[in-house]
Design a protein around this ligand. Structure first.
Ligand code: ADP
Ligand code: ZN
Length: 520
């Protein structure tokens, strides 16, 4: 069977070798065993179900996918390679769909792409008369509430095993932590599935986090990326529709070719934006999380997160859209406490507080870490990496340590003197002795620590306060207007004057752009 699989790979796809795991997955499925396949985007999942479809003589391979827009491309690519494939979905006329469903029974179609809702409509009609050799469930994380893209239609797919208990099911996804993975297998009623986990490492994508850059710094940075990769493209992910719109307008105003994409646009507008991006009419898309599922564009060279994402799965999937050709790509996240506060609000409304809050915390740890970022990312997916990556900001520019005792004491005593009633920004203003109206109205210019931290800039204080939070000396009370508090541990440090070590704040490095201007 292995030789036949390799022969099919050469003949139909023109590749000489399988990537790791592909052959194992193919032979396991072809032998009739259920599989869970976890492989990053661009890892080569499609071949894992397409080749088994070619290996078996009779029967059709049914591929369930929520990405209706992409089915056509897949079918076109397959038929161009001489593989009889077709799709049934709501983007085609009923006559077309009907025609294809008829042809299924003649055995001429080897691979059928179908949306979950349509499959559930048809399946009772087919019942057992249609020989199915394999059922592949793409984007299988959609079945799980633990996943980040839950789709209720998917949960009814458990019917498949009831109706076709002997047909192997292959569940494929690019994003699933352990909980989601187990949930997928359970909900689809898989029987003793073989689980395959491909490496999530994408070493060609450099990783970087910028702590709380200002608006103009953000724009300059994005402009620098567009200039650096002027013939390729990039994505700016924004936290809301509004901020995606405003980012788009800023970039258009700077003369760049940009387009906006979010779920508030009509389907036509979204399709047009996506097409313009895929065709290379625009250099950048400013988008919300609504953008990108199934995007297969090889020359996306950079991804900027204008805000921190909700969890590491989303982040990983979003940056994974860059560098799919294996060539160098850049992923940068702008991060600020304002993001955490907004995201914490989303978590509170999510109805899944415990898990989502934990996931948000892990994302925050990634953003604030002074350890190799790739190690953190991979360890999240239970992959171990025993060396630093050398391609993230921490590796390239390791933080220097310094004595932060005085800084910690000033910050904590300012929090105590304001009775834990101020947030991040105002605390910095107090420490820096800013003469802002509401600060003065509240009498904070008369406390002892007012101006005690004048020697440090706003970004320095921002970094050190973040670190004090990470160290557990101070905390943000999310349920009390995000006011800062000294923790019990912080109080002990304050009392005992325990030495505190902090990572030295570093100015964002300056780089020359193609135009020779100084840019951040
Ligand atoms: P996924 O569905 O996991 O995101 P795809 O199945 O779309 O990934 O594959 C990504 C790209 O990798 C495609 O261009 C595909 O043709 C290519 N590819 C897959 N398997 C191989 C292989 N064995 N050798 C070379 N290229 C491959
Ligand atoms: Zn690293």
């Amino acid at each position: 069977m292995k030789e036949r699989a390799v022969a099919l790979l050469r003949r139909f796809y023109g590749y000489s070798e399988f990537r790791p795991l592909q052959l194992d997955i193919i032979t396991t499925a072809a032998c009739g065993r259920d599989c869970v396949v976890l492989m990053p985007t661009g890892g080569g999942k499609s071949i894992c179900y397409q080749i088994p479809a070619l290996l078996t003589d009779g029967g059709v391979t049914v591929v369930v996918s929520p990405l209706i827009a992409l089915m056509k491309d897949q079918v076109t690519a397959l038929t161009a390679n001489g593989i009889p494939a077709a799709a049934v979905n709501s983007m085609q006329t009923e006559a077309e769909n009907h025609n294809i469903l008829q042809q299924l029974f003649t055995g001429r179609i080897k691979i059928l792409y179908i949306s979950p809702e349509r499959l559930l409509m048809e399946i009772d009609r087919w019942s057992r008369d249609l020989p199915i050799s394999l059922i592949a469930i793409d984007e299988a994380h959609c079945i799980s509430q633990w996943g980040h893209d839950f789709r209720p239609d998917y949960t009814r797919l458990s019917r498949l095993k009831e109706l076709y208990p002997h047909v192997p099911v292959m569940a494929l996804t690019a994003t699933a932590d352990r909980l989601t993975r187990d949930d997928i297998a359970r909900q689809l009623c898989l029987r003793d599935p073989a689980t395959f986990i491909g490496s999530f490492d994408r070493p060609n994508i450099s990783l970087r986090v910028m702590n709380n850059p200002g608006k103009s710094q953000r724009l300059r940075y994005i402009a620098m990326l567009i200039d650096r990769y002027r013939h390729d493209s990039g994505i700016v992910y924004c936290i809301s529709r509004k901020s995606a719109e405003s980012m788009n307008n800023e970039l258009l105003g700077m003369g760049y070719k940009s387009v906006v994409y979010h779920a508030g646009l009509s389907i036509e507008e979204r399709n047009r934006a996506q097409d313009r991006f895929i065709n290379g009419d625009v250099q950048v898309v400013c988008a919300t999380v609504a953008f990108g599922m199934g995007i297969d564009k090889s020359n996306i060279r950079w991804v900027v997160h204008n805000n921190m994402p909700r969890n590491i799965e989303s982040y990983y999937q979003e940056i994974g859209r860059a560098g799919r050709d294996g060539v160098k790509a850049e992923a940068t996240m702008f991060y600020s406490y304002a993001d955490i506060i907004t995201l914490q609000g989303f978590v509170d409304e999510s109805g899944q507080q415990a898990i989502n809050s934990e996931k948000l915390k892990r994302m925050q740890e990634y953003a604030e870490s002074s350890l190799c970022r790739r190690r953190i990312l991979l360890s999240y997916f239970n992959e171990t990496m025993d060396h630093d990556c050398g391609n993230c900001d921490v590796c390239l520019n390791p933080p220097e340590r310094m004595d932060g005792t005085v800084i910690a004491l000033k910050a904590m005593s300012a929090i105590i003197r304001t009775e834990g009633k101020v947030g991040f920004t105002m605390l910095i203003d107090i420490l820096r002795g800013a003469s802002k109206r509401d600060l003065i109205d509240r009498g904070y210019d008369r406390i002892k620590t007012y101006g005690a931290g004048r020697d440090l800039s706003y970004p320095e204080w921002n970094s050190y306060l973040s670190q004090l939070i990470q160290l557990g000396l101070i905390d943000i009370a999310y349920n009390e207007n995000n006011h800062l508090k000294v923790t019990a541990y912080g109080a002990i440090v304050l009392r005992d004057r325990t030495p505190v070590t902090l990572a030295q704040y570093k100015e964002p490095e300056r780089r020359k752009t193609a135009r020779g201007r100084k840019e951040v």
